[in-house]
Design a protein. Structure first.
Length: 438
């Protein structure tokens, strides 16, 4: 160990222990409208953002402009004879707070088709990367490569009036949404399918065309992509990917810069990368047991995971205190189309077994599954088994919500984010002063 690293460890590790004790003794001391504990808790629950597109209730789950996921599945436009909502309609709803008609969705599809050509240099940039580059890294780089096309960056350079910022932002947002599926599909085919690419199909809707370019032309998979891209689109403004878009965008960075940054956040194991971690964990459990595990074996493996100091991936949420409605939507889809799938049934058995065990630890506020606990099993059923790519699918969907929200940030002229931070020494002195005056 080098001297600098050694000295850092000698200072940081004891301080970590000290701070935990400090929190235990002083966490409930108020510091204005929040407590000492809130300062160390990732700002959970502290209201500090305005996000118009969705609202997350701990007990009711997510609502998009007031609509629950079951309501969206019922009310959003569908392809003729279809059963799942069209994600373009959700974008319309989030942007305008109005339920779209099918004609409204067709207008969006027509507009995005005219914008969908990806510049050739984007593909050249991706092709310059090693094939073993993680798909999320490629996705972020692909988005950044498209930044050369930013209408907002050019308008700002040319001296646009700030009351008009929303206009070029809208152009960038729609260009991004139109092009993201092809960039994502290119990464998938490049990484896993011998660089054999599939041209877009102009007759298909946004989600079905994405599935087509990936190479999955089953009608059921089209339905899954419509559902998947709808339910992953937004989850209020405080999650890492949404907040990152707010934060970077608040500096008047253009939508390409803001969205690429948000995808770097989505790639974290505690955020969007969790969907692939769920599948990895299930496969490791099945490999260790040697066959599809029973409920008793699942329970033993969960206890083992916890004893090893690890989390059960796909379970728990920073805000939710119930089963994620997005999990339930996917479960309903699976019951319709794949009720006998082995992996899906393992997911359902984990759902029966895990919550009581996690709740019994006394340390977990939400022992219920989130969206990641189910999504991978559905994709694997149709043969999309490259689970390092799953988070890219999540990212294409999340673009709908965070970019609609960024549009509102610019239209409302929201300022640059600049929360106040303090040092541990400052905090200790402030706590001492409060105790002295109590």
């Amino acid at each position: 160990m080098g001297q600098l690293k050694k000295k850092f460890a000698e200072k940081a590790l004891p301080l970590s222990v000290e701070i935990k004790q400090f929190m235990k003794e002083n966490g409930n001391i108020p510091m204005g409208d929040f407590t000492v504990e809130d300062i160390f808790a990732g700002q959970k629950g502290i209201i500090g953002l305005l996000t118009e597109t969705s609202l997350l209730d701990a007990n009711e789950g997510i609502r998009f402009r007031g609509y629950t996921i079951p309501e969206l599945r019922q009310k959003l436009p569908k392809v003729p004879g279809g059963t799942e909502p069209l994600p373009e309609g959700l974008f319309y709803l989030m942007l305008l707070n109005e339920m779209p008609t099918y004609d409204d969705v067709l207008d969006i599809q027509a507009d995005w088709r005219t914008r969908s050509e990806v510049p050739a240099h984007v593909f050249k940039t991706l092709d310059s990367l090693p094939l073993n580059t993680h798909p999320m890294t490629q996705f972020s780089i692909g988005i950044m490569a498209m930044q050369t096309e930013s209408v907002f960056a050019k308008a700002y350079h040319d001296g646009i009036n700030k009351k008009d910022y929303w206009d070029p932002t809208y152009e960038d947002v729609c260009n991004l949404l139109a092009r993201l599926p092809q960039v994502a599909a290119y990464i998938y085919r490049r990484t896993y399918k011998n660089n054999e690419h599939i041209a877009p199909s102009p007759e298909l809707d946004w989600a079905a065309n994405f599935a087509h370019m990936l190479g999955y032309d089953q009608v059921e998979f089209y339905k899954l992509m419509r559902l998947y891209l709808t339910i992953h689109a937004d989850h209020e403004g405080g999650n890492v990917s949404a907040h990152t878009t707010h934060l970077v965008g608040s500096a008047l960075s253009d939508p390409y810069l803001a969205f690429s940054a948000s995808m770097n956040g989505l790639a974290g194991p505690l955020h969007g990368l969790a969907n692939q971690e769920v599948v990895r964990w299930i496969f490791e459990m099945r490999d260790e047991i040697g066959h599809a595990p029973s409920k008793e074996q699942i329970a033993d493996y969960i206890h083992k995971t916890l004893l090893d100091g690890k989390v059960v991936p796909g379970y728990g949420h920073a805000i939710l205190r119930k089963t994620d409605p997005r999990f339930l939507a996917q479960q309903e889809f699976a019951r319709t189309y794949m009720p006998d799938d082995e992996l899906v049934n393992i997911v359902w058995n984990i759902y029966e077994v895990a919550p009581p065990i996690l709740e019994g630890t006394g340390k977990i506020k939400n022992p219920w599954p989130n969206v990641d606990a189910h999504s991978g099993a559905l994709l694997l059923h149709y043969g999309l088994n490259e689970y390092d790519f799953f988070t890219v699918l999540f990212g294409v969907s999340r673009a709908l919500g965070v970019l609609a929200s960024l549009m509102w940030d610019r239209a409302l002229s929201l300022p640059i984010e600049r929360p106040k931070s303090v040092t541990y020494e400052w905090l200790k002195k402030a706590v001492e002063a409060k105790k002295a005056n109590a």
